[in-house]
Design a protein around this ligand. Structure first.
Ligand code: PLP
Length: 436
């Protein structure tokens, strides 16, 4: 393909004109990769280099890259009806049918969806709907949202204010009020906080089923059951953030199914379209929906222009059809076990890997090496060798995380692990040679 700009020119233009999300402001040589194509678990960059997308492009492309069916559906829908608003009494077929499908798939009585364009909007919507619910119930002092340390809920002002990873909150010097935090695994701390603040001031508790951006932290058995009981006891709404964990990522359709716990609200995004279109949402329980319609005489004064976007919803429906048809949830469970087993082998071999953990195709290795940060070096070496993974260094952690597409084959998974081991070995060699 003939290009208007050389690779070097594009890199310069990128540095000058494109402020990247969640990235260093300064880069020496511009972007490491300019991707041009994707197929299955592979991404190809502008120079022709092929890499395994070991992160599904940020816990996202669950069905893998290059599924042309999604483009076909998007075109068909855009040719027919690219956009119409869902405000007031307007609707469209893909939004209705996707909401129905989600009600069938979601646990318990989570039967109604409010659509957004992504995860941050979904979380902000959940906080606002929860607070509005308490206004309707006449419990107007219930405003506070409790979240967990090491959590990540996005970058809209509400979602950032609920994010336990302090660095994100410190990015600005002003966040939204009425967000509180508890230690990420402590039931006792949650109870104490509720008692100290007064249960009548707490609107909701929000949690990721498996903390992703915070470093793939899997909760101990019974944790969520106990959380559910505490929420019931104090009348607090339980919100789960399945933005990463939904749509098969952990080996169940939604991760809370592992724990047999049904929240009052559930946020989703990413895997609903596998990133092929911008879509998210928050699902609410039948009970909350009924109370909304019985108690509310006004309007839900909360809605995005793109809530219920017809093209995005049509892509979501096709994406879910592929997840079901290709048995990707089962594949995620099986390949996830192999991934974890492979990481545990590496842990046994390299003493500075102090933990290997995960659930389904969401996994991580934790490193401890004389106070040095090795995860970013491993990620850099892996990228050179043909594997994209991600480091987590916030909160004094040193973790490498993985979330390959759910469609990954056994052979591709073995390649991922082989490349990872080469990268780890290379970094260890550099440390031993005093180069790091
Ligand atoms: N919630 C969780 C658990 C996430 O991991 C993310 C993003 O990674 C978000 C919310 C924010 O989603 P988005 O970036 O689509 O706004």
């Amino acid at each position: 393909m003939k290009r208007d700009y050389s690779v070097e020119e594009l890199k310069v233009l990128d540095q000058k004109h494109f402020l990247h999300p969640t990235s260093p402001v300064k880069t020496e040589n511009g972007p490491a990769f300019i991707f041009t194509e994707g197929k299955g678990v592979y991404l190809y960059d502008i120079t022709g280099k092929k890499v395994i997308d070991g992160m599904s492009s940020l816990w996202n492309v669950n069905i893998g890259h290059g599924r042309t069916e999604l483009g076909e559906v998007a075109k068909e829908q855009m040719d027919k009806l690219a956009f119409s608003s869902c405000f007031a009494t307007f609707s469209n077929e893909p939004a209705i049918l996707l909401a129905k499908k989600l009600a069938e798939l979601a646990p318990g009585d989570l039967n109604t969806t409010f659509f957004t364009s992504g995860g941050s909007e979904s979380n902000d919507s959940a906080y606002k709907l929860a607070r509005h619910y308490w206004i309707l119930k006449g419990e107007i002092s219930r405003k506070k949202i409790i979240s967990r340390s090491k959590s990540y809920h996005g970058v809209a002002i509400g979602a950032t204010s609920a994010t336990g990873l302090k660095g994100f909150r410190d990015f600005t010097n002003s966040n939204a009020p009425d967000f509180l935090f508890v230690d990420h695994f402590s039931i006792r701390a949650l109870r104490d906080l509720i008692e100290t603040e007064g249960p009548e001031t707490i609107a909701a508790f929000i949690t990721e089923p498996v903390q992703g951006a915070g470093g793939v932290h899997v909760a101990p058995d019974n944790y969520f059951k106990e959380i559910r009981e505490i929420c019931n006891e104090y009348g607090i709404l339980m919100i789960t953030d399945e933005v990463i964990t939904g749509f098969g990522r952990t080996g169940k359709f939604f991760a809370m199914e592992h724990f047999n716990v049904v929240p009052d609200m559930m946020c989703f995004a990413k895997g609903v379209t596998s990133g092929y279109a911008q879509l998210g949402g928050v699902m609410i329980s039948e009970k909350i929906r009924q109370e909304f319609s019985e108690l509310s005489e006004g309007t839900i004064l909360h809605g995005y222009t793109y809530s219920g976007h017809p093209m995005a919803c049509a892509v979501g429906l096709k994406n879910i059809e592929i997840i079901e048809k290709d048995n990707l949830v089962a594949n995620s469970e099986i390949r996830g076990q192999e991934l974890l087993a492979g990481l545990k082998v590496l842990q046994a071999k390299y003493p500075f890997i102090v933990d290997a953990r995960g659930l389904g195709l969401m996994a991580g290795i934790e490193i401890s090496y004389d106070g040095r940060l090795l995860a970013p070096q491993i990620v850099t070496e892996a990228a050179k060798l043909g594997l994209i993974c991600r480091s987590v260094v916030l909160e004094a952690q040193d973790i490498v995380v993985f979330s390959p597409p759910l469609s990954i084959s056994q052979k591709e998974l073995r390649d991922l692990l082989d490349i990872l081991e080469q990268a780890i070995q290379e970094v260890e060699n550099q440390v031993l040679a005093n180069k790091l």
